[in-house]
Unconditional design. Structure first.
Length: 208
């Protein structure tokens, strides 16, 4: 029976505890080799309790991606939280996005989603929505407000900026051409382990 701080976990708390344990199991073993037995053991709960919350490994994996989205968006925040100046706000937002996507556990999550995409296409779509679609929406919304652009123009600008400042580095890390960031990103909106100067030059040229 799962206990935390002397109290037995139930309901939503137990579900979240299982998801965090499952996240570790999937990252360590990969989707195909991960088992519900291993998740139950890692979570310190019974298989009966595990299946009461998640009826299959596929549904558990999709729920883990939802958790990753929640954790990621909490760390990413919105552009306006980084700086009052729009150019600096977008620079730091893109830098933070790069930092989060090139952090080692996040890199492994991305590779895991790609490897599971053939069998579980919803996982790949879910990962894209979690990591990219939500980020583009936040950046586009900020650009539309700051620069009085319609939604389509703001989205095109957001995609262009991210493509020119972030994605090349992310692909290099995914393909192991460059090392991933080992240090866990903090909960605050600070940007670390990222070269901001080239990002700032691009953002300044496009928005300045």
């Amino acid at each position: 029976m799962v206990r935390e701080g002397g109290a037995q976990l139930r309901g939503a708390e137990l579900r979240r505890h299982i998801l965090l344990a499952a996240k570790g199991v999937f990252l360590e073993a990969g989707f195909e080799r991960a088992s519900m037995d291993a998740v139950a053991a890692s979570a310190g709960t019974s298989k009966r309790s595990l299946y009461a919350h998640f009826e299959s490994k596929d549904k558990l994996f999709l729920a883990v991606l939802d958790l990753v989205r929640e954790l990621y968006l909490g760390k990413l925040r919105t552009p306006g939280e980084y700086a009052a100046d729009p150019v600096e706000a977008v620079t730091l937002f893109c830098g933070r996005f790069q930092q989060l996507l090139t952090w080692e556990p996040q890199v492994r999550t991305c590779r895991l989603s790609i490897s599971a995409a053939e069998r579980l296409p919803d996982s790949a779509r879910g990962y894209y929505d979690a990591m990219f679609a939500s980020m583009y929406a936040r950046l586009a919304g900020y650009l539309a407000e700051q620069y009085e652009k319609d939604s389509a123009a703001a989205m095109a600008l957001a995609e262009d900026l991210v493509g020119r400042t972030v994605l090349a580095r992310v692909f290099q890390v995914l393909l192991k051409a460059e090392p991933a960031i080992e240090e866990m990103p903090g909960e605050d909106a600070s940007v670390q382990n990222v070269e901001l100067a080239p990002i700032r030059r691009v953002v300044s040229a496009v928005l300045g």
